[in-house]
Design a protein. Structure first.
Length: 284
């Protein structure tokens, strides 16, 4: 029983090997056939290319079975082709940069129609692309120079407006603090609440010194924080000469907070809904 099984297994292996060899042989023949077909197609393409490059005119020595000196009556005598004239490059003298593209016009193009059909006039696309890139590069360079000039102008303006002397940096350089004056504790304004409310609270904290404009201007910076404090630091003494000037500039700067006063409908929509969780309410 075991011998028969081994023999059957050997026969199956031999059959598989023969089948595999046959498949490999068929594949090799198919590959060779495909290569031969490809070479034949390439040869045909080369012949077609050579025929296109060959001259179309047939001379009297080629393609004739007639004896020398014999001219068939049905064949018209060949005329001598007119000589080809040189081409001239015409370039405009005036106009924008993009219009300076050279175009070749042959001499006698009005009379030599055959020459114009054989050699059509085509623009130089490479030169057009180069001139377009040169125009774009010059424009980018000009924009870059303008940007640098603007930056230098801003830096020069900053240097002219701000010095390093304490008298130049202070809004109230002539201020003399009253005796026994103690700076009150102010609520810090960060630009997210109403500016009118902050000015009202500030003036009430400065009770007893509301007639001293220089002291009000000096103490107002201590009630600001963050971006609002930076806004105060960029103010100039030429612009702020009194407390009224400072208050008006402050209200004008943060007037957009006044326009955001909520109405009744807005407040109702802000109310927490009964079926709404606290996290959803906070995110809303």
């Amino acid at each position: 029983m075991d011998q028969r099984f081994e023999q059957l297994q050997k026969d199956m292996q031999n059959q598989l090997q023969e089948l595999l060899a046959k498949i490999q042989n068929d594949m090799r023949e198919q590959m060779l056939e495909a290569q031969r077909n490809m070479m034949a197609e390439m040869a045909q393409l080369l012949k077609a290319t050579d025929k296109k490059k060959a001259p179309m005119a047939i001379t009297g020595e080629e393609g004739e079975d007639h004896p020398p000196g014999f001219t068939p009556s049905h064949v018209p005598p060949q005329t001598k082709a007119p000589p080809r004239m040189p081409s001239v490059t015409v370039r405009p003298q005036h106009g924008p940069v993009d219009s300076g593209i050279p175009v070749n016009f042959p001499y006698g193009s009005r009379n030599n129609l055959g020459d114009s059909l054989i050699n059509p006039i085509t623009p130089d696309l490479d030169m057009m692309e180069r001139e377009r890139m040169a125009t774009e590069s010059s424009k980018q360079l000009e924009d870059r120079c303008k940007w640098l000039e603007e930056k230098f102008r801003v830096l020069e303006g900053t240097g002219n407006h701000h010095g390093i002397d304490a008298k130049d940096l202070s809004l109230v350089p002539d201020l003399v603090l009253p005796q026994k004056f103690k700076m009150p504790e102010f609520e810090k304004y960060n630009g997210t609440t109403y500016p009118e409310v902050h000015i009202t609270v500030f003036c009430r904290r400065m009770t007893g010194n509301v007639n001293n404009d220089q002291l009000l201007i000096y103490c107002f910076q201590d009630s600001l924080i963050g971006a609002v404090a930076r806004w105060y630091n960029q103010l100039s003494h030429a612009r702020i000469s009194s407390w009224r000037d400072l208050a008006q500039a402050f209200l004008q700067q943060y007037n957009h907070m006044t326009d955001m006063t909520p109405d009744r409908i807005t407040l109702q929509n802000m109310e927490k809904k009964p079926n709404e969780g606290f996290r959803e309410y906070a995110q809303r």
